[in-house]
Design a protein around this ligand. Structure first.
Ligand code: HEM
Ligand code: HEM
Length: 196
């Protein structure tokens, strides 16, 4: 399996970064929703700390991912893809990237304006605050964090449905080329059923 992306498929690094981010983002969503239902007591601070540290890791992974994409390039659209579909996919991917930055940044901003205890990444080093504490901004930024998360989830639902549609109905390599499997030589036009 190639590390770098080729014109036909995603390499190991892009695949790892994509699926690791998926697991972390969905896990953080569940953790976030459960966490806000817990009684506000020091007993549960560790859950908040875990959410924040993992969330900041997603931000770092997103930056790494974009840097790797700039270096390793991206595959061409699967042959036969109508132009409107390629455009819709690019627009969705751009929005997904935007939200993968915006959601953790808004969480970090919320932590900052709340004027909470110093934030330490997995207890290892102190993370700077993005803004001064502000009673006024606090509810706004908290709502922004929650809403941006739900917008991300809605977009992910469309994105995942499109991937499954390609795999099950178009029977092309869209999903297969984001999964570990045969090397870069697999022609991307090979029906997914044949390269499984
Ligand atoms: C991709 C990363 C992240 C995801 C998917 C995520 C998701 C969520 C969700 C779904 C909630 C519950 C919202 C609600 O129902 O009120 C939440 C709450 C929260 N998040 Fe995040 N979050 C992320 C990153 C971060 C980061 C990086 C920080 C801080 C450094 C952070 C700080 C918080 C805090 C403090 C709350 C509690 C808000 C409250 O008290 O109502 N989050 N997050
Ligand atoms: C938190 C959830 C997710 C996020 C944030 C996300 C984000 C992205 C982004 C930004 C890209 C474009 C990569 C690039 O151009 O650099 C991408 C590609 C892709 N994603 Fe996701 N994704 C998520 C979940 C999923 C799920 C659940 C599936 C499938 C079931 C999936 C399947 C794919 C596939 C197949 C591609 C490659 C598309 C192509 O080659 O044209 N993603 N994803």
């Amino acid at each position: 399996m190639m590390l770098k992306n080729t014109p036909e498929r995603w390499g190991a690094v892009s695949q790892l970064l994509h699926w690791l981010s998926v697991v972390l983002i969905l896990g953080l969503g569940v953790l976030g929703l459960v966490m806000v239902e817990l009684p506000r007591s020091p007993r549960w601070f560790w859950v908040y700390d875990l959410h924040k540290s993992l969330g900041l890791s997603v931000l770092a992974l997103a930056a790494l991912r974009l840097a790797w994409r700039a270096y390793a390039g991206a595959p061409r659209p699967v042959p036969g893809t109508p132009r409107w579909q390629a455009r819709a996919a690019s627009a969705t991917h751009a929005l997904l990237y935007l939200l993968v930055f915006a959601v953790p940044l808004s969480g970090w901003a919320y932590d900052s304006v709340s004027g909470l205890r110093p934030l330490r990444w997995f207890g290892l080093f102190k993370v700077p605050k993005l803004a001064a504490p502000s009673q006024e901004l606090q509810p706004l930024v908290r709502d922004a964090h929650e809403w941006l998360f739900w917008i991300l989830i809605a977009l992910v639902a469309v994105h995942a449905a499109a991937a499954f549609y390609h795999h099950l109905f178009q029977r092309d390599a869209t999903l297969a080329r984001m999964l570990p499997g045969r090397g870069a030589a697999s022609p991307s036009s090979t029906p997914a059923a044949e390269i499984r």
